[in-house]
Design a protein around this ligand. Structure first.
Ligand code: GZL
Length: 479
């Protein structure tokens, strides 16, 4: 993200989208430098009129960068802008340009944006750097989460992706004020409009309970509308929240697309929006934060478990997939992650896949339909959630097929029902997807209303359980 913001900034400086960029890669062997460079290339690579030269520097210090730039005056003649992937190197380049009398012709962009004297933001204010891209340290967040872990709070996230900013002369002072301002949560009651997907699964019921309990704990007046898996009802609910002038709107979106118009209405009304549980496709400036799981990783974990626990020998294994509702981010991404691993192992084959809408009846129907068409020849069932897996198990048993024995069943969510099925030997593996998002969500809402900048994403932690761990874990399950 930092590299791509550097790319956007360089494009702005180049104006007509043509020219030559000199990229100074500080400590080029480090993953951080490579990621910044890759993000930078993603943006400027879209403009054939922009040519990039890269100089790989051994370290990220100012003086070696100065020396490297100073001796290459003849090569600088054709350079229009310098992008350095850290501020110390950017300053070294600026000082060399100054001693060569070229600092007015070649603007320099750095990265890190630290706020001390002669660091990124200060160098921008001194007109030495044209811009710096901030790299949030996350120190405050890390300490807070460490305390949460010590206090054994539930739902401590696996990953918090903080925002980075492009800091130029025009916004440097406002940026400094914002990050130095310690937000104070005055404990006032806040109103939140929450558009919930529905009541389609045990996961959803646990998620709703968690949201409601956390709202009380955080003194938040919650207006929750259940959409029964209808996007139209969700959009109606969002419009009703706008009319109510709630402080924050939270959506658990039934599908990924079709939200732009109503989210623009929320933005026009000055009401921030948080996506909880599921993601959408929309401009990033329409959504403040996404709190939820990494569904692609969940799909990968399911197939990795199969690979490690279901032998194919010299034969092949046929897989039947029970998908959630079409167009939902967990559906699309759990499938994507699963297939990404599956395609590496041709002895496992996706034989049949259908949408079960995350419901018990949906899972039943897919297996009933399959059995109408042919003899049962499936070795493995991969289900996007427990409810569909449990519906499938009921039908298998009706047909004398032993779930967990004649057919291996892997599911996602890891609700209490899944643990019971695993201890009964009917389900083989459950990939966890934590529904207890309430505490993180309501903390994020209070922080936002208090004026604190919100992370871009808060990703929940997940584990994988199977019959070797289910017995020990089931007593701890809260949902
Ligand atoms: C996942 C959530 C999914 C669950 C299902 O975050 O959106 O929707 O996996 C639920 O059980 O219906």
């Amino acid at each position: 993200m930092i590299g791509s913001q550097g790319g956007e900034c360089v494009l702005e400086l180049l104006g007509e989208k043509e020219g030559t960029v000199l990229e100074l890669c500080a400590s080029y062997a480090t993953i951080q430098s490579q990621e910044r460079s890759a993000g930078f290339d993603e943006v400027i690579g879209q403009y054939p009129g922009i040519h990039k030269e890269t100089w790989n520097l051994e370290n990220d210090m100012k003086d070696p960068a100065y020396d490297r730039v100073y001796v290459k005056k003849d090569e600088l003649e054709k350079v229009d802008v310098i992008f350095a992937n850290n501020d110390a190197v950017a300053l070294g380049a600026y000082e060399a340009l100054t001693d060569l009398g070229m600092e007015k012709e070649i603007p320099v962009v750095g990265c890190d944006g630290y706020t001390g004297e002669n660091e990124g933001v200060d160098l921008v204010l001194q007109n030495k750097l044209a811009a710096t891209i901030s790299c949030p340290t996350g120190g405050k967040e890390a300490i807070q989460y460490a305390l949460n872990i010590l206090e054994e709070d539930s739902g401590v996230p696996k990953q918090v992706i903080l925002r980075s900013h492009t800091i130029q002369k025009k916004n440097a002072r406002e940026y400094l004020e914002r990050i130095r301002k310690d937000y104070e949560d005055n404990g006032e009651e806040i109103t939140v409009g929450y558009s919930q997907v529905g009541t389609e699964s045990q996961w959803r019921l646990a998620n709703t309970r968690s949201i409601k309990e956390a709202a009380e704990e955080f003194h938040i007046q919650l207006f929750m509308e259940d959409a029964n898996q209808s996007q139209e009802k969700q959009i109606e609910a969002i419009r009703s929240f706008i009319k109510k002038k709630v402080d924050v709107i939270v959506v658990s979106p039934v599908v990924e697309t079709g939200w732009t118009e109503v989210l623009k209405e929320a933005r026009a009304a000055g009401i921030p929006v948080v996506m909880s549980d599921r993601k959408i496709e929309a401009d990033s400036d329409l959504v403040n934060t996404y709190i939820g799981a990494d569904f692609v990783e969940e799909g990968k974990r399911a197939m990795r478990w199969i690979r490690e626990n279901v032998e194919t020998g010299d034969g092949t294994k046929k897989i039947l997939e029970l998908q959630g509702n079409k167009g939902a981010s967990p559906t699309e991404e759990r499938r994507k992650g699963f297939l990404e691993i599956l395609e590496k192992y041709p002895r496992y084959q996706m034989a049949y896949s259908a949408y079960g809408d995350f419901t018990y009846e949906g899972g039943k129907k897919i297996v009933e339909d399959y059995l109408k068409g042919q003899e049962w020849d499936i070795d493995i069932i991969y289900s996007h959630n427990d409810d569909m897996a449990l519906g499938a198990i009921e039908v298998l048993e009706e047909h004398g097929i032993r779930p967990g024995v004649d057919v291996t069943i892997v599911s996602v969510d890891a609700t209490r029902d899944a643990f019971e099925a695993m201890t009964e030997g009917k389900l083989n593996c459950a990939v966890e997807c934590n529904p207890l998002l309430g505490p993180q969500l309501m903390k994020a809402v209070r922080d936002m209303v208090a004026g604190k900048e919100m992370p871009l994403r808060i990703i929940t932690e997940e584990k994988v359980y199977d019959q070797t761990t289910a017995e020990k874990e089931i007593g701890k399950r809260k949902y």
